[in-house]
Design a protein around this ligand. Structure first.
Ligand code: SAH
Length: 275
């Protein structure tokens, strides 16, 4: 962490500089390769902000987070995300509130970060990209119901809540399901429904969905999820093990889906069952 005095709003370059310095212990396997490619080598050890007590840094957080979040959105746009509604949603959701306080200072770097139980909060770019792809339907982006597999800390669900009428999100790890509830409760987002269960089965009782996003990578997309798409609905999912590719699968008929591969990505694995 750079200890030079900072002026607000922060310039994008100051945020990028901080990003380079901040990819320490917090870098996790999810996007380690990509993080290293972007920010240089992975260092170990987390540097606390010198001279700022937790209370003082908490007080300055709103100002810092707003400026840095704006810069994050500028960066996500420069990485190719064009959908204004998605960028506005990314700007509105306070990502740092989904992380434990020790990592909050890194909330806006372009990386996935640990949330416990060997899972991660996805990197901002991929969250935005997946939602953008899901929204680019033949219906002008109108999304009544969407389903997310892999709630984790609840961040992407919060972003989704700003682009869809109803958001359903499933998590298979009980403490993470509870964490997401704890994170989202004070935000009073009325249109999110969190479910504890195996997302590979989907949520037939709430189907069909106009959009489905998988935040974890399987070797294939479960048929149950394809069956729960509405006609014209779009599912976006990472597929693969070590080498993963983002897929868009659009349901074009009762028994017809069109699968398009988009770009390489790196997610935690999709696993069956609950724990
Ligand atoms: N959406 C989160 C990303 C969480 S990481 C974000 O906003 O950053 C992916 C999550 O998928 C993990 O919490 C993992 O436990 C969960 N997961 C993996 N397989 C799953 C399954 N079959 N059903 C539900 N959740 C699953």
């Amino acid at each position: 962490m750079n200890d030079k005095p900072r002026r607000f709003p922060l310039s994008l370059s100051s945020v990028v500089e901080q990003t380079k310095a901040a990819t320490g212990k917090a870098v996790t396997p999810q996007t380690a390769t990509r993080n290293v490619a972007r920010h240089g080598s992975v260092q170990h050890g987390h540097t606390p902000v010198a001279g700022i007590s937790p209370a003082a840094s908490e007080r300055t957080t709103p100002l810092v987070s707003e400026a840095v979040r704006k810069a994050m959105v500028v960066r996500v746009a420069s990485q190719g995300v064009r959908d204004a509604k998605v960028l506005a949603a990314m700007e509105a959701v306070q990502r740092h509130l989904f992380m434990e306080p020790a990592l909050a200072s890194q909330a806006y770097i372009d990386a996935s970060l640990p949330i416990g139980h060997h899972q991660t909060i996805s990197q901002p770019y991929i969250v935005a990209r997946m939602i953008e792809v899901m929204r680019a339907n033949r219906n002008g982006g109108v999304m009544k119901r969407v389903l997310e597999i892999g709630t984790g800390c609840g961040y992407q669900a919060a972003v989704l809540s700003l682009v869809a009428d109803e958001v359903y999100s499933i998590e298979r790890i009980k403490p993470l399901h509870e964490l997401a509830k704890t994170n989202l409760r004070p935000m009073r987002i009325a249109n999110i429904r969190l479910h504890y269960g195996d997302g590979m089965l989907g949520l037939p009782q709430a189907a069909p969905f106009d959009g489905i996003i998988l935040a974890a990578a399987g070797m294939e997309v479960p048929q149950a999820l394809l069956d729960q798409l509405s006609i014209g609905g779009r599912l976006v999912a990472p597929v693969g093990a070590r080498h993963q590719v983002l897929h868009l699968i659009e349901r074009v008929g009762k028994t017809e889906w069109v699968d398009t591969t988009l770009e390489d990505c790196h997610f935690v694995p999709l696993r069956p069952g609950t724990m």
